[in-house]
Design a protein around this ligand. Sequence first.
Ligand code: PLP
Length: 397
Amino acid sequence: MNPARPGPAVTTKPKLSAKAERFTESVIREMTRLALKYGAVNLSQGFPDFPAPAEIKEAAKQAIDADLNQYAITWGAKRFRDAIAQKFERTQGVAVDPEREITVCCGSTEAMMSSMMAIINPGDEVVVFEPFYENYGPDAILSGATPRFVKLRAPDWTFDPDELAAAFGPATKAIILNTPNNPTGKVFERAEFECIRDLCVRWNAFAITDEIYEHMLYDGARHISLASVEGMRERTITINALSKTYSVTGWRVGWAIAPPDVTSAIRKVHDFLTVGAAAPLQEAGAVAMHFSEEYYATLAREYAARRDRLMGILTGAGFRCFKPRGAYYIMTDISAFGFPDDVSFARYLVKDIGVAAVPGSSFYQDPADGSTHLRFTFCKTEKTFQAAAERLAKLKF
Ligand SMILES: Cc1ncc(COP(=O)(O)O)c(C=O)c1O
């Protein structure tokens, strides 16, 4: 017998994980790749094309020069966790213990995944508002949760309280929500939170809130952290990150704030998934958390101007726009263009017109529900808007 030539395998089994087979690669990030391929103006993925604040970059450089280049504490550098706790109390009035209630992760993406893996058991359900940020689908699959979708309906993206109540039940482990919301621009109101709170209490469920756009607010909208609503402090996991607020999406620094017993489970998952987030960038994050209120006011003002600029361009080109009250996306209705669906229109737009946007179907479980929508981002410079305007002027409707 030749040991170098083994015989045929004696068992057959699936080559790949059944979980990994159940979702596709990110449509949003695919659009960015198509934008690069066709030289299109990229209004798809939500990353700014302007510089991050000089102070945060300087702080990162200083941290590297000071040789803060080894692993930070797995659940986050103390100075950074202290600063996160101070900011949460200053802005939302919620006091948290940085020693027992904060886990710093590799972006809010990992904070969400670690949180879900920390609380989900087989058979658990999670309620998810739809349209939803596309990561929540794979997050549910990978953590083993069954999603129950509840519609946010245009033009105001409100939900029907009866529909929400019907989605909750004994198997509900958590509700996932994102405010200010991607892709709709909805900013959840206190009365909506009280309705959600009552259901979470009734069914003993967690709320996982993704608050990554907390400072991008327009037309007097106010961000409320669900953890600040009476009765929710002990059952809310608050997810946030440096990514959007400080224009550093590539740094991959985020965090989860949760009660101590939940945090200890999140920390264990996080430790074995990634060990920790970039140590010098956490030091820079500590500096950023102490930026003055003026920084956040300017950020919101500048984004409001960008929103209005892109609304003008899109409306002029024939899109019906749903005006966002927060975050940095505009959801549009594309019915006027007469294409069969959002994907074919997005492909035409990126290839023939030279502008990349995200097909609405990527935010819905059933693609048909998003087939008349396209999402554009406005975290871009005037130069980008100008180029987009010139190209979109070629559109016929
Ligand atoms: C709602 C929402 N959550 C999370 C993320 C990703 O955040 P991070 O870069 O911190 O992982 C995004 C990015 O677009 C987002 O829109």
